[in-house]
Design a protein around this ligand. Structure first.
Ligand code: TYC
Length: 101
Protein backbone atom coordinates (compact mmCIF):
# COMPACT_ATOMS: atom_id res chain seq x y z
CA UNK A 1 0.00 0.00 0.00
CA UNK A 2 1.39 3.40 -1.01
CA UNK A 3 1.41 6.38 1.29
CA UNK A 4 -1.12 8.22 -0.84
CA UNK A 5 -3.62 5.38 -0.69
CA UNK A 6 -6.45 5.63 1.78
CA UNK A 7 -8.74 3.06 3.22
CA UNK A 8 -11.56 5.58 3.17
CA UNK A 9 -11.85 6.26 -0.52
CA UNK A 10 -15.16 8.02 -1.15
CA UNK A 11 -17.12 6.28 -3.85
CA UNK A 12 -17.04 8.49 -6.92
CA UNK A 13 -20.72 9.02 -7.75
CA UNK A 14 -21.23 10.85 -11.00
CA UNK A 15 -24.43 12.86 -10.93
CA UNK A 16 -26.09 12.98 -14.33
CA UNK A 17 -28.99 15.39 -14.46
CA UNK A 18 -31.83 13.91 -16.48
CA UNK A 19 -33.25 16.70 -18.67
CA UNK A 20 -36.74 17.65 -17.59
CA UNK A 21 -39.63 16.71 -19.84
CA UNK A 22 -41.93 19.47 -21.05
CA UNK A 23 -45.70 19.35 -21.36
CA UNK A 24 -47.46 20.58 -24.49
CA UNK A 25 -50.69 22.26 -23.42
CA UNK A 26 -53.72 22.95 -25.61
CA UNK A 27 -55.51 26.19 -24.69
CA UNK A 28 -59.22 26.69 -25.39
CA UNK A 29 -60.61 29.60 -27.40
CA UNK A 30 -64.07 30.55 -28.66
CA UNK A 31 -63.31 30.54 -32.39
CA UNK A 32 -61.34 27.53 -33.60
CA UNK A 33 -63.73 24.82 -34.84
CA UNK A 34 -63.63 21.57 -32.85
CA UNK A 35 -62.93 19.52 -35.98
CA UNK A 36 -59.95 21.70 -36.84
CA UNK A 37 -58.46 21.27 -33.33
CA UNK A 38 -58.82 17.50 -33.65
CA UNK A 39 -57.24 17.55 -37.12
CA UNK A 40 -54.17 19.42 -35.82
CA UNK A 41 -53.84 17.05 -32.84
CA UNK A 42 -53.86 14.03 -35.15
CA UNK A 43 -51.40 15.56 -37.62
CA UNK A 44 -48.87 17.05 -35.21
CA UNK A 45 -49.13 14.76 -32.18
CA UNK A 46 -50.02 11.53 -33.96
CA UNK A 47 -53.08 10.91 -31.79
CA UNK A 48 -55.97 8.69 -32.84
CA UNK A 49 -59.35 10.21 -33.69
CA UNK A 50 -60.64 9.21 -30.23
CA UNK A 51 -57.66 10.68 -28.36
CA UNK A 52 -57.86 13.88 -30.40
CA UNK A 53 -61.54 14.29 -29.54
CA UNK A 54 -60.93 13.64 -25.83
CA UNK A 55 -58.06 16.14 -25.65
CA UNK A 56 -60.03 18.77 -27.59
CA UNK A 57 -63.20 18.39 -25.49
CA UNK A 58 -61.19 18.48 -22.23
CA UNK A 59 -59.57 21.80 -23.27
CA UNK A 60 -63.00 23.06 -24.41
CA UNK A 61 -64.60 22.24 -21.02
CA UNK A 62 -61.74 22.98 -18.61
CA UNK A 63 -59.79 25.66 -20.47
CA UNK A 64 -56.59 23.66 -21.01
CA UNK A 65 -55.49 20.07 -21.58
CA UNK A 66 -52.05 18.42 -21.55
CA UNK A 67 -51.53 16.90 -24.99
CA UNK A 68 -48.24 15.03 -24.42
CA UNK A 69 -44.76 15.33 -22.86
CA UNK A 70 -41.44 15.49 -24.72
CA UNK A 71 -37.87 16.70 -24.37
CA UNK A 72 -37.93 20.51 -24.33
CA UNK A 73 -36.91 21.21 -27.95
CA UNK A 74 -39.39 18.68 -29.32
CA UNK A 75 -42.22 20.06 -27.15
CA UNK A 76 -41.47 23.62 -28.29
CA UNK A 77 -41.20 22.68 -31.97
CA UNK A 78 -44.49 20.76 -31.92
CA UNK A 79 -46.31 23.52 -29.99
CA UNK A 80 -45.07 26.13 -32.48
CA UNK A 81 -45.97 24.03 -35.53
CA UNK A 82 -49.47 23.29 -34.17
CA UNK A 83 -50.07 26.95 -33.25
CA UNK A 84 -48.85 28.01 -36.71
CA UNK A 85 -51.25 25.55 -38.37
CA UNK A 86 -54.10 27.41 -36.66
CA UNK A 87 -52.67 30.81 -37.59
CA UNK A 88 -52.34 29.78 -41.25
CA UNK A 89 -56.04 28.90 -41.27
CA UNK A 90 -57.00 32.17 -39.54
CA UNK A 91 -57.68 30.71 -36.07
CA UNK A 92 -56.33 31.78 -32.66
CA UNK A 93 -55.54 28.16 -31.72
CA UNK A 94 -52.78 28.09 -29.09
CA UNK A 95 -50.41 25.43 -27.82
CA UNK A 96 -47.98 26.31 -25.00
CA UNK A 97 -45.26 24.36 -23.18
CA UNK A 98 -44.17 24.12 -19.57
CA UNK A 99 -41.63 21.96 -17.70
CA UNK A 100 -42.87 19.00 -15.73
CA UNK A 101 -42.34 19.21 -11.96
N1 TYC B 1 -64.08 26.09 -27.98
C1 TYC B 1 -64.00 25.82 -29.41
C2 TYC B 1 -65.40 25.84 -30.01
O1 TYC B 1 -66.38 25.78 -29.30
C3 TYC B 1 -63.34 24.47 -29.70
C4 TYC B 1 -61.96 24.41 -29.15
C5 TYC B 1 -61.61 23.37 -28.29
C6 TYC B 1 -61.03 25.40 -29.49
C7 TYC B 1 -60.33 23.32 -27.75
C8 TYC B 1 -59.74 25.33 -28.94
O2 TYC B 1 -58.15 24.22 -27.57
C9 TYC B 1 -59.41 24.29 -28.09
N2 TYC B 1 -65.48 25.93 -31.33
Amino acid sequence: MRETDTLLKPKAKTQVARPRLHKVILVNDDFTPREFVAKVLKAEFRTSEDEAYKIMITAHRRGVCVVAVYARDIAETKATRATDAGKAAGYPLLFTTEPEE
